[in-house]
Design a protein around this ligand. Structure first.
Ligand code: NAD
Ligand code: MG
Length: 390
């Protein structure tokens, strides 16, 4: 019998794509992990099922309207229940060794930050929180000696090949991008694509929002900003390279000309397993990479005319101040409007550009300012859609 104490894991966003992949690894390793808290937005049924299966200590549903249902479903169990943002924070700060931050969007910021302030190791999938408040999060991580493990496949790849002791020898980091389902198309031909076409990612199975972000390449833009906060590089040292096979997950180039890369099948259970087991490694049940079968790998520079979201995100990073928060908030609203068939695919970048153009908010000095800028940009995006795009 193993004498190592199982690690207590909390999953914020347990019912989502990253949440379920994390729980798949937990399920396969009952001697290594036990579940502390699980959270979901509104799917009480799925949450209750997981909470019972993993015998969670706490189950939290963000939507208060789902409280009664969750309570009914968990009646007769010892599982505690909480709701709303307060509940999410309770989950994030419950006694745990590792918190998987896998809520989608800026909604993940407060819970993730609460977990960081407890000093609990974070598996960070929720890139939007870093895009909105990267400076604050990284500073808090230093203050509370919190380890942040990048889960996003590109950042996890960079983490694996980035020589921290030699960070002055790093010339640049190269983020690879699949190019999404519309790679090779021009902007004009993208005007009438439907949400179901945009959601179909060629290589990865992911939640709706990130799938649309991948189709517009906003995802890569958010990842450029994410990389800037996670690694000691300047904005000029981050490059994007389109690589449709998604085999090389990202690379680091050094002053001697060496380029180190991490490769693998496109399955998030690899970076999730890495983040859970670090500094050790654990088995992950993913397809093994067969380079002979793949045969060829290809690479292109990104087409910023067809995919203006990537350009907008890079510009927001260079502009600094409140721009990244505004970019993210406007994008969240625009993606939702596209999914609800209110605006076209190409309107997403137009909305973001227009809201960024009107932004006069100053750089945030506190978390409350971050939320004020975020809220303001959401209202601006909604009004922009109402006035110019409907
Ligand atoms: P998803 O939509 O599949 O799941 C999101 C989870 O967050 C669900 O559990 C949902 O209930 C919860 N949630 C949604 N809105 C919420 C709210 N307002 N309050 C509280 N909870 C809420 O998304 P996903 O694909 O798992 O992505 C999660 C995060 O991980 C995103 O930030 C995404 O960019 C990032 N990420 C995902 C992948 C991937 O392969 N899916 C890869 C890299 C990074
Ligand atoms: Mg990624």
């Amino acid at each position: 019998m193993s004498t190592v104490k199982p690690r207590r894991i909390t999953v914020l966003g347990a019912t989502g794509s990253i949440g379920m992949s994390t729980l798949d690894l937990v399920r396969r390793n009952p001697d290594k992990f036990i579940i502390s808290a699980l959270t979901a937005n509104s799917n009480a049924q799925a949450l209750a099922k997981l909470a019972i299966e993993f015998n969670a200590e706490l189950a939290v549903v963000a939507d208060p309207k789902q409280y009664r249902l969750l309570k009914e479903l968990l009646a007769g169990t010892a599982i505690q229940i909480a709701v709303g943002e307060e509940g999410l924070i309770q989950a994030a700060t419950l006694n745990a060794d590792f918190v998987m931050s896998a809520i989608v969007g800026a909604a993940g910021l407060r819970p993730t930050l609460s977990a960081i302030r407890c000093g609990t190791t974070i598996g960070l999938a929720n890139k939007e929180s870093l895009v909105c408040a990267g400076d604050i999060m990284m500073q808090e991580a230093i203050t509370h000696k919190t380890k942040i493990m990048p889960v996003d496949s590109e950042h996890n790849a960079i983490f694996q090949v980035f020589d921290n002791a030699e960070n002055n020898s790093v010339e640049k980091i190269i983020l690879t991008a699949s190019g999404g389902p519309f790679l090779g198309r021009d902007q004009k031909s993208l005007k009438n694509v439907t949400p179901s076409e945009a959601i179909k990612h060629p290589n990865w199975e992911m939640g709706q929002k990130i799938s649309i972000d991948s189709a517009t390449m906003m995802n890569k833009g958010l990842e450029v900003i994410e990389a800037f906060h996670l690694f000691p590089v300047s904005t000029k040292q981050i490059e994007v390279l389109v690589h449709p096979q998604s085999v090389i997950h990202s690379m680091v180039q050094y002053v001697d000309g060496s380029v180190l890369a991490q490769l693998g099948s496109p399955d998030m259970r690899t970076p999730i397993a890495y983040s859970l087991a670090w500094p050790e490694r654990m088995h992950a049940p993913v397809d093994r990479l067969s380079l002979a079968e793949i045969g060829q790998l290809s690479f292109f520079t990104p087409d910023l005319e067809a995919f203006p979201c990537l350009r907008l995100a890079t510009e927001a990073l260079h502009a600094g101040g409140s721009a990244s928060i505004v970019l993210n908030a406007a994008n969240e609203i625009a993606v939702e409007a596209f999914l609800n068939k209110k605006i076209s695919f190409t309107d997403i970048s137009s909305v973001v550009q227009e809201v960024l153009g009107k932004n006069d908010m100053k750089a945030p000095h506190s978390l409350s300012m971050v939320f004020e800028i975020d809220e303001n940009a959401r209202r601006n995006a909604e009004n922009t859609i109402l006035n110019s795009f409907l």
